[in-house]
Ligand binder design. Structure first.
Ligand SMILES: NC(=O)c1ccc[n+]([C@@H]2O[C@H](COP(=O)([O-])OP(=O)(O)OC[C@H]3O[C@@H](n4cnc5c(N)ncnc54)[C@H](O)[C@@H]3O)[C@@H](O)[C@H]2O)c1
Length: 435
């Protein structure tokens, strides 16, 4: 049977249709039962300091702002004072749900002395302008990634924050998660010996075939599919793995990458030429000699895994968007090295375990309750804001420094802009990990 574009597509039989309906029902129930966001979890619940909460305001009240706002309940030290969006109806809806004020303009928000931190949750093309104005108005800034859409603008923001003595911090904050911290300790403890290589995947499935125009946050805000396709998966997602890699292994020196637009026609309402690259692969060489291979796509099936490969074994996590994802350790014994050359052994759970191929849960792996275990993703978006507020209260720098955000932004931009040439880019910025 042909579809409208003349391609041959299989027509599902009655059993297949019933299986799909049941499967959809089950996954919907699972999502509903496990809850869309963590609102309490012993590992994520922050202790309140007993001091007055730090006032913050959101600029941008779209899809992701709903997740930030919901996660604020995990952090008693943060108080959402107000919100603004150039779509005032969005700001009003969010303010109503979370009991705060709306500002009629960005200037009004920036003039409020109760706002200490501006959370820049606008679309990537607005990041630079909003962060710049907030810093100029004397506010500390926490921005969604990237810092800006070009390196010169990103550098300007870092210099401005520095000159004004203000903090500039950026998402993602998943490096602060229990899983990332466990991974860091396992590497430092030498669980896999000298680390030589990292494989990082950020494949999100063929989103253009999943009706993204129907997606919405649990609060009903539509997913910005148009903007996501225009900005591209590398700028949207590379930072999740890059932040971990840079914090774990320090400065990268060069990036050799290719990016491509594999599916130009993503939606009848979006001209192909407006879509950015939907695939990229990069080899990132670190000053230490370690190489990381990072793949991003919205074409290949979902895979958010990270493998850290050392002389003595491999540390793996299977979902970088789950703050308490299990950390697995596979030791590189001679028996396992030999057995892994038989592909079929790896396909059998028992045999695979017998030969030590699957590895086991690291003793450092976070403990998680059943609900967290079945949840698809589990991110506390507000954790980076809480870290910034705690840092400001105690007069220390946030662990998510401006230098980290700048280095990650430079690498992501280099990958995204690499195109078909695959040229090697020598990076300009550096990041020295802190203890
Ligand atoms: N969508 C996701 O799944 C997701 C997940 C994590 C992070 N992010 C990041 O969060 C940011 C926002 O994404 P989103 O999904 O919420 O997008 P969105 O389009 O749903 O929301 C962005 C909001 O910002 C507002 N806005 C844009 N420019 C503005 C300006 N100059 N002044 C005032 N308001 C402005 C828009 O009106 C919109 O309501 C992006 O940087 C994105 O990369 C998105």
């Amino acid at each position: 049977m042909g579809d409208r574009r003349g391609q041959v597509v299989a027509v599902p039989g009655p059993i297949d249709r019933a299986r799909r309906r049941l499967g959809k029902l089950l996954l919907n129930q699972l999502d509903r039962w496990s809850g869309p966001f963590p609102t309490s979890s012993p590992d994520l619940q922050a202790e309140a300091s007993g001091l007055a909460p730090t006032g913050l305001a959101f600029v941008g009240c779209g899809f992701v702002a709903d997740f930030y706002a919901a996660n604020l309940s995990l952090h008693a030290d943060l108080k959402l004072v107000g919100v603004a969006d150039h779509d005032s109806s969005r700001a009003e809806r969010l303010a109503q749900r979370h009991g705060c004020q709306t500002y009629p303009s960005l200037d009004a928000l920036l003039a409020d002395p109760n706002v200490k931190i501006v959370a820049n949750l606008t679309n990537p093309h607005s990041h630079f302008e909003i962060s710049r104005k907030a810093l100029e108005a004397g506010k500390h800034v926490y921005t969604e990634k990237p810092l800006a859409m070009n390196l010169a603008d990103a550098e300007q923001l870092v210099a401005l924050a520095d000159a004004k003595g203000l903090a500039l911090s950026a998402a993602p904050c998943s490096i602060l998660s229990p899983t990332a911290q466990a991974l860091r300790r396992a590497i430092e403890r030498g669980d896999v010996g000298t680390v030589r290589l990292a494989y990082a995947e950020l494949d999100d499935g063929a989103i253009h075939r999943m009706h993204p125009e129907e997606w919405a946050s649990p609060a009903g805000t539509p997913w910005p599919w148009r903007d996501e396709f225009k900005v591209g998966c590398t700028i949207e997602h590379a930072a999740y793995h890059l932040t971990w890699l840079v914090v774990l292994f320090g400065s990268a020196q060069t990036v050799t990458a290719q990016s491509a637009r594999l599916v130009p026609e993503k939606h009848p309402d979006l001209p192909a030429e407006e879509c950015a690259a939907d695939f990229s692969v990069a080899c990132i060489r670190f000053e230490s000699g370690l190489v990381a291979r990072l793949t991003c796509s919205i074409v290949a099936p979902h895979d958010h895994s990270l493998q850290i490969i050392g002389d003595e074994g491999v540390l793996t996590i299977d979902e970088c968007w789950h703050f308490q994802a299990p950390l697995r350790l596979q030791r590189a014994t001679p028996l396992a090295r030999r057995a892994e050359t038989y592909a079929w052994i790896g396909r059998h759970g028992l045999l695979s375990r017998f030969f030590g191929l699957m590895g086991g849960r690291s003793d450092l792996s976070p403990k998680l309750d059943f609900r967290s275990r079945v949840r698809r993703h589990q991110m506390d978006y507000a954790l980076g804001l809480a870290e910034l507020a705690a840092a400001l209260r105690s007069g220390r720098p946030s662990r998510l420094t401006a230098a980290l955000a700048l280095h990650v932004t430079e690498i992501a931009l280099a990958i995204d802009r690499s195109g078909e040439d695959g040229a090697t880019v020598k990076l300009k910025t550096r990041y020295v990990p802190t203890a």
